[in-house]
Write a protein that binds this ligand. Sequence first.
Ligand SMILES: Cc1cc2nc3c(=O)[nH]c(=O)nc-3n(C[C@H](O)[C@H](O)[C@H](O)COP(=O)(O)OP(=O)(O)OC[C@H]3O[C@@H](n4cnc5c(N)ncnc54)[C@H](O)[C@@H]3O)c2cc1C
Length: 356
Amino acid sequence: MQHFDYEYLIIGQGIGGTSVAWHLHDLGKSFQIVGDSSMPSSSRVAAGIFNPLTGKKLVKTWLADDLFPYARVFYGNLETKLGCKFMHVTPIYRPFRSIEEQNTYLAQTADPGISPYVANSPDPGEEMPYVNADFGGLEVVQSGWIDLPVLLDASRSYFQERHLYVEAAFGTDDLSRTDDGVEWQGKRFRTVIFCQGFFALENSWFNWLPFTPVKGQILEIATEAILKSYIINQGIFALPLTENRMKVGATYSWNPLDWEITDAATEELEAKLQGLLRTGYTLTGAQAGIRPSVRDRRPLIGIHPEFPNVSIFNGLGTKGVTLAPFLANAFCNHLIYGKELNPLVNIKRYFSLYFR
Ligand SMILES: Cc1cc2nc3c(=O)[nH]c(=O)nc-3n(C[C@H](O)[C@H](O)[C@H](O)COP(=O)(O)OP(=O)(O)OC[C@H]3O[C@@H](n4cnc5c(N)ncnc54)[C@H](O)[C@@H]3O)c2cc1C
């Protein structure tokens, strides 16, 4: 260890890089994070929702029973450490689209795997006259949202004060490999961890991985109705930020893959919103980002097939908030203690693409 300046070099300070950094920090490991605040980041666009039951078919999120308890403890501890609030545990109200859907969903809630995530309390729809819920609805619990810009800014300040964060545009060509590590800007590290989200596509070490990025847009609105503290979800989500401000999203599109807001996406969201809510509103903002999604919808984590000091933590797709904490823990244990990574997230499953 003596001849390294730091053990780890983390590239990218989205929720991926930040979760890895906190785990290394808590394990007493030395690291530096490189981030470029002028570059876009999916984490700064995301609504930050964590939702255990997703999709039209009310499916339990992959690994939910592991991911959700872990994330709650991780974010809660971080709030205490940083002295600021960014976790908002908030139920999700899912209006039924029809009597058939009501029957199907209610039958599903008897499943012991699903029932812990559904409230037993009476339908809260009546408290929300601004929601179209003619057939009633389901209340999902253990859900909520993370205010990611608050978490990321507070984490950055914490690391900056301790000289663990460097503001710089990292260029892959500026990194060189040594016999037992890597070197960047004259400093020696044992291992580099790339947490670049969408920008992994520009990284020659890992651009062979099967990323299938998805652009998304969200809106911000000011409502006439006074809002209750429920995220509304049916096809899109409407997330109350205050009692008359909401985030509404999101779209999914593949071409072009850029960070620009478009009128078409705004119109798509507004059309869906008008089906979901009965309230006048004013559009107050919009943001677009690119989700680092993957062909098989599982993260891309692990060590380079040829170079043991080069690694990646990426592919968080549409669920960075729930996946990042649990998997950052698994990844750090893999790097430090050699513990096996879940093969479904380990990039080993794609090594054949590298060697072909
Ligand atoms: C519209 C939208 C809504 C979403 N809603 C949700 C949601 O409700 N819940 C949820 O869990 N997820 C949501 N997501 C997905 C979520 O944004 C991602 O899963 C997550 O943010 C990915 O985090 P990341 O750290 O891997 O990537 P990023 O957040 O993109 O972070 C990568 C970082 O690396 C930096 N970087 C890259 N290259 C360099 C370089 N060369 N030099 C310096 N820095 C570099 C980037 O600037 C960036 O800051 C949403 C995404 C979108 C687009």
